[in-house]
Every structure is written in C-alpha cells, then in structure tokens.
Design a binder for this molecule. Sequence first.
Ligand code: CP3
Length: 346
Amino acid sequence: MSPSPTAANSAFLAAARGLPVPHTPVWFMRQAGRSLPEYLKVREGIGMLESCMDPDLVVEITMQPVRRYGVDAAIFFSDIVLPLKAVGVDLDIVAGVGPVVAKPVRTLADVEAIDDLTPEHVTFITQAVQGLVTELGTTPLIGFAGAPFTVASYLVEGGPSKDHARTKAMMHSQPEVWDALMRKISQIASAYLKVQVDAGASAVQLFDSWAGALAPIDYAEHVMPHSARVLAQAGELGVPRIHFGVGTTNLLTLMGEAGADVVGVDWRTPLERGIELVGDRAVQGNLDPTLVFAPTEVMTERAGRIIETGRSAKGHIFNLGHGVIPSTDPDQLARLTDFVHAYPVD
Ligand code: CP3
C-alpha cells in the first residue's frame, strides 16, 4: 500500500530529490498574479507591497492557483525586494514597471546603512507561511528569495535595467563596495529563507533572474560565491533548493555547482542540453511561456516532448521557462496542468 499523501512525500519533493514520482510534478512561476481574475479582484485598490505585508491576503493569493489548477506546489506570494523593504530600504513596486528604489546604492556608506534582516522584521511573513501551510495540507510550499546579483541590480540601478551597466561597473571598479553589497544581500536572503522554512516552507527557490546578463568569468568570480553561501545555508535547513535564472545556457553548470538540488532551465536552452550541463541534479522547466497562446494541441505536443526529455534527468519538475505572462488564459494553464498530470511517467 502506498503511504498516505503528505507534503513531505509529494511528487514535487520527490522529483526535487531525484526519487521516483507517481506523475511529473508541475507548478508555474508567477502562477499567482495578474493572469487570474480572482487575483485582480482581491488586489483592487491595494498596492503590491501592501498586499505582500497582509498575511490574510498573501494566504488567499497564494492559494488561488492551487485551487484553480491543482498544481503540485504553491509559491509564496511576495517579491524579491520585499525583505529590503522590511529592513527599511525606501522602495516601491510600481505597476507595469517593477521595483523602484528611491536612493540607489552607490557607496560603502550606502551599503552599511542597510540593516541586516532579523525574524522580527518579517513577523507578517512567519504568520502568512504558517497560515498557508495549514491551508495547503499535502501541497508543499516553496519559499523564495532573490539572489544577490539580481537584487543588487535593483539596488544599484534604482529600478529595472536592460544592461545592468551600473551594477557591473560597481563590480569591476569598486570591488570592496561590491563585496560588501553582495554580503549584505546574502545575509538578508539567507535570513529570509530561514524564516520561511522555520514557519513551514518545504523547499526554496533562489531567483537569479538576471544572472544571464553576466559573462561566466564574472559570474564565477564576483557572484557565484555569494549565491553559493545562500544556498549552503538553505541546505542546512534540510529542504531542497531550486536555483533559477533566465538566459543562463552558459551558466547552468556553475549554477548547479553553486549548490542547487534543482536547476531551472529557461526555454532558450533545449532541456536535453540543460540536463547535460547541470550534472547530477534535477531540472525544472522549460516550456516557452508564450506557447500557452498557441492552439492547445501545439502547446501539449511541446509539453509532451519536454516530459519525455525530462525522464533522462535525475528528477524533473515541469514549469514554464519563466513566469506566466499576465495575458495568459488560465483555462489554457488548467489544460496544461491536466496534460502533465495525465502523461505516463515511464
Ligand atoms: O506566483 C509567483 O511566482 C509568486 C510571486 C512572485 C512575485 N514576484 C509577485 C509579483 C515572485 C516569485 C516574484 C519574484 C520576482 N520579482 C522576480 C524573480 C522572478 C522573475 O520573474 O524572474 C523578479 C525579477 C521580481 C521583480 C519584479 N517585481 C518584477 C520584474 C515585477 C513585474 C513588473 C510588472 O508589473 O510587470 C514585479 C512586480 C510583481 N511581483 C508582480 C507580481 C504578481 C506584479 C505586480 C502586480 O500584480 O501589481
């Protein structure tokens, strides 16, 4: 007889650990959010940061896609800049733009002015995670943090950036400021992940969304040691760690070596290549997020190929290669989830 289901023996955690699965687990980055009418309704008149700090709203928004799709994991509804806000950095998340920092970080004094994160800064996170874990039952919750490079980019540029030029300039011309900043963000990310796992999160994802902008040598020398420290500390918490970035074909091996149990692969990298590059680790991905706009049979044909390819990995968690696009039809994601669940595992 198979054991009764719990979050701990879920398909999602089994795949993350490279164990046999009853079906390919699936969840979607940005599964909560603007693609869902029920999200738009509860967010009416409430700012993004305000929403992230309201435990009842966080529980409701995180649950919405779980109820709708029956995905194999929930992702905690928050943002990578939320812990910065919690320690007192003056920033906002502007609709249609993203995070905007009032006073960009340029000097050592600017870095030193940012407080380390303690659990007392984020009691609302503890409360939300505890509430969620109760509500989720057997569905595992993924906690997350922004990785040092991606978060540094928002702090140094002051907002979203295409080329990350100021950030890279700091890396090369003010190495001591860069090092202090990366250590500061690493401390904040580690402490933030620990809060989420202590409150009941079953896995963590480190989002280094913009790492793909880096040459491998700069990633290896100036970024990887800091991400590795965050991942090592998360490893001590005993939960699987997913490490994700966009445009990372040339970094996937290093991102695995940084300490991940699962490496996210975006759609530009063929999954078989991603599997080769990450070595003895599970992979997550990698359907092009725009394929949900294709006819259902085109989308599912491509999804089927990804599942087939995923079988040769140590473990495979199905996901899109990046977040759900806001104009996505939720019914199409529901069909995709059902397709992945029904697809035979061997
Ligand atoms: O469902 C989920 O995936 C959980 C929620 C989540 C959000 N942001 C909610 C959000 C997660 C995991 C993030 C992480 C995040 N935030 C990343 C890494 C993931 C990635 O997409 O690469 C990054 C780079 C950010 C920074 C950020 N915050 C951006 C680029 C934006 C979008 C700007 C826009 O409006 O298009 C945000 C805002 C944000 N974070 C929204 C959501 C649902 C949209 C704001 C809204 O609904 O008003």
